[in-house]
Design a protein around this ligand. Structure first.
Ligand code: ATP
Ligand code: MG
Length: 366
């Protein structure tokens, strides 16, 4: 199915400034390279433990993670627990959300035998990289980041914390500690990836005489780099507009029925001019593995209610095996903890080695 270049993101005003179309072109090139030689890639991706994962995560990045893992790409999946505190005072229900993320990962097909699942607060050497990395970026560069600006606008806090302002540099540490060269992400992450590339380049230039201690990682965008929620803005855990992977079939149908549409009964796939209707069409298309234009044509002038029924059925059918697997896995919490412990251990070994290289490059081993 080919929907690249016409995702709902195209209707988003800042999509061009985020370099979405260039990233889509590069993603297509990278896909070719992956198919020829998956072993040359190491992936880092992750999520904040702020709530249940949703369809935006699934089609924006999770589906790609499993696909890449199954193609033989080495995979690191980060639970970004410190970053919960970018936009709130206290990380509520943290251990519940962390366990929920691990459950979701396992339920969708992340295999802890092949992929490393870890939490960055458990990896001291990763966090220490933040200090030299912060010295490589200016306050003006941090202040220009459009995703951070958007998140500040939606933040629950009355003032902007230092963590909110600097977390893209922290994210560079998340990615570069394991020298990942590929990051499957949604569109909102593109400015952060650009900063990671800048930090890697500057570190190499300044401290390793132009040799590549760090790679400059590529973003890998999916066919749904910005899935909208039921209110027509980015589907997001924190905005109450998301359809959770673990939601019941009835809850899913109710949420989809409540989704914003427009007044035109005739259903089309037109992400630029009809972002809400097109998101629903795209969701059905992704679940059914059909072309979104075909899905829209099949519904034609039957209207939004029929579209919503089609989407509910498609989503519920697609998610049924994932939901069943999640329920089964949830019965063994000790296994979830074990997956995380083993992942943390592996990540710590790698982070310690990278920090040693960094300290050597900076002449700070005494
Ligand atoms: P929060 O509101 O707490 O920030 P979130 O829903 O934005 O939650 P994150 O944990 O910040 O989720 O994002 C995890 C990953 O999922 C990132 O790669 C992000 O780009 C991707 N992602 C999140 N929401 C969407 C979406 N609506 N469409 C596509 N990708 C998404
Ligand atoms: Mg987010």
């Amino acid at each position: 199915m080919s929907v690249a270049g016409e995702s709902p993101a195209a209707g988003h005003t800042s999509s061009d400034s985020l370099g979405t179309s260039a990233a889509q072109t590069r993603s297509a090139e990278v896909e070719d390279l992956i198919h020829h030689d998956p072993g040359r890639f190491r992936v880092l991706t992750g999520d904040r433990p702020t709530g249940q994962l949703h369809l935006g995560h699934y089609f924006g990045t999770l589906h790609n993670r499993v696909r890449l893992q199954d193609l033989g790409v080495e995979m690191f999946v980060l639970i970004a627990d410190y970053q919960v505190l970018t936009d709130r005072d206290i990380a509520e229900h943290l251990s519940e959300h962390v366990e929920g993320l691990v459950l979701d990962y396992l339920a969708i097909g992340i295999d802890p035998g092949r992929s490393t699942v870890f939490a960055h607060s458990a990896i001291p050497a990763l966090n220490q990289l933040l200090l030299p990395f912060l010295s490589l970026v200016s306050v003006a560069e941090l202040g220009r980041n459009p995703t951070v600006k958007d998140e500040i606008a939606h933040s629950r806090q009355s003032s902007v914390s230092g963590l909110m302002f600097t977390y893209p540099a922290h994210q560079a540490a998340d990615i570069l500690f394991c020298k990942a060269n590929l990051v499957p992400v949604g569109q909102d992450q593109l400015p952060h990836l650009e900063l990671t590339r800048t930090i890697a380049r500057r570190f190499n230039d300044r401290y390793s005489a132009g040799t590549s201690l760090f790679p400059e990682p590529d973003a890998l965008l999916s066919a749904a780099p910005l899935l909208l929620g039921t209110d027509g803005t980015k589907m997001s855990k924190s905005r109450g507009n998301a359809i959770g992977l673990a939601a019941s079939a009835d809850e899913t149908a109710r949420l989809i029925r409540s989704a914003k549409t427009d007044t035109d009964r005739h259903i089309t796939y037109d992400p630029v001019n009809r972002p809400e209707v097109s998101t629903l069409v795209l969701l059905a298309a992704l679940c059914l593995d059909h072309d979104p234009h075909q899905v829209a044509d099949d519904i034609g002038s039957a209207g939004a209610a029929v579209l919503k029924n089609t989407v509910s059925e498609a989503v519920n059918e697609y998610l049924a095996p994932i939901r069943a697997r999640r329920k089964q896995l949830a019965q063994d919490r000790s296994h979830i903890r074990q997956v995380l412990r083993e992942g943390n251990e592996r990540a710590n070994t790698i982070a310690d080695a990278t920090l040693n290289e960094v300290r050597a490059a900076m002449s700070s081993i005494y």
